[in-house]
Design a protein around this ligand. Sequence first.
Ligand SMILES: Cc1cc2nc3c(=O)[nH]c(=O)nc-3n(C[C@H](O)[C@H](O)[C@H](O)COP(=O)(O)OP(=O)(O)OC[C@H]3O[C@@H](n4cnc5c(N)ncnc54)[C@H](O)[C@@H]3O)c2cc1C
Length: 407
Amino acid sequence: MNTFDAVIVGGGPGGATLANIFASRGIKVALIERQKDFSKEFRGEALMPSGKEVLDQIGVDLDTENIKYRKIDQLNIFYKGALIGNPDIEFIKEGQFRWASQPQLLEKIIEKTSDFKNFKFFRGFKAEDLIYENDRVSGVRIRNMDEDIFLSGKVVIGFDGRSSMVRRKLDFSIEKFHQPADVLWFKVPYPKKFIPGSQAFFSLFPMSMLVCIPVYDQKLQVGWVIPSGSYGELKQQGKEKWVEFIRKNSPKGFSEHLKACLDNNKISDPFILKMTLDRVKKWNKNGALLLGDAAHTMNAVGGQGLNIALRDAVVCANHLVPLLKTDADTKDLDFAFEKIEKERLNEVRQVQEIQSRPPKFIFINKYLIDLIFPIIKIIFKFRIINRLADKEFDKISKGFDKVKLEV
Ligand SMILES: Cc1cc2nc3c(=O)[nH]c(=O)nc-3n(C[C@H](O)[C@H](O)[C@H](O)COP(=O)(O)OP(=O)(O)OC[C@H]3O[C@@H](n4cnc5c(N)ncnc54)[C@H](O)[C@@H]3O)c2cc1C
């Protein structure tokens, strides 16, 4: 048996960051990641100031570490092909909205953590089951192609994302928020002629919307929000047909760009993401703690998931490092789990409340939406409204609560 202070399932941004903090504070930690190659796992890459602050605190500087990212310097909103506004959002104007390569970021965090002898990374191992001692989770069984390994820890942390094994095995009770949408993701070359520089845009049309973000590989990442379950039909129609539908409703310059991309086979294979928004009712059970998407699965709205997971890691470390350095008993650990949940719940709740709004909004009656948009266009002209929106964006970008690494 391999014995550790902490066993973390899931080497996404949250798990890798927590492992880094633990290891650098002398905690003996095991991190398990089922993928050998981080690029095999598609995840959110929107890095807000709230998440960047965490990376700065663990000594990962995107600029000096050569991690690819792209700053977004303008957001435009189109409705049925016409520009209806480009809100003045402070953190975007200041160049604080980055789209950062997750595979590169994760490799860098792992590389830095590997400097510590008390860190062990099980890359390409899938955590398959939990191990118990006196009805309390005391470890995990992991497996790669040819061997089973048993790992034990004083704490087991499930940072294993939306399909969490830890959540499933312990049958956590879940609060689900209905999501009427799926997102079809694909990439095209960045449309320089249509929007020079590094501009993002939302293109809204009845019953649907495009979210288009310039990303670090000189591409534009396009997320097409569609009614949930409708992809099967689109797929049957074929790429030409659905691209034609998007083109018909898009701004002229982008429509022409899409046509050229289609003709030259420059549209990447689409990937469908089921929008999920939920939260476990209690974040710990039988000695195991859930964090990140495993505790509260985020949808893509507002680019929050990555940042919230990073911030969960910091709060968890603040509470557990002092305990794991001593011979804390299970009561102390359970109490710390409760404190972690209490400290994170407010922010997570507020973000999920914001995330539950837009998908519903998109699918309202198309006649109603035709009535609403001219009004929105006028509203954008009022500076006071912009200032109110700025306050909301300020929280989305910097976080709703203060999170600081204190250990
Ligand atoms: C396809 C997709 C697109 C997204 N797009 C956006 C977006 O545009 N904006 C946004 O803000 N958020 C987005 N999100 C959400 C965002 O990616 C997450 O909120 C964020 O990555 C959560 O981080 P995490 O560390 O908690 O979990 P994850 O990043 O999900 O990491 C969990 C890790 O655990 C590993 N794992 C899972 N099960 C096991 C197991 N049994 N054994 C070993 N390893 C395991 C996985 O391989 C994964 O690497 C998206 C998520 C997905 C899935």
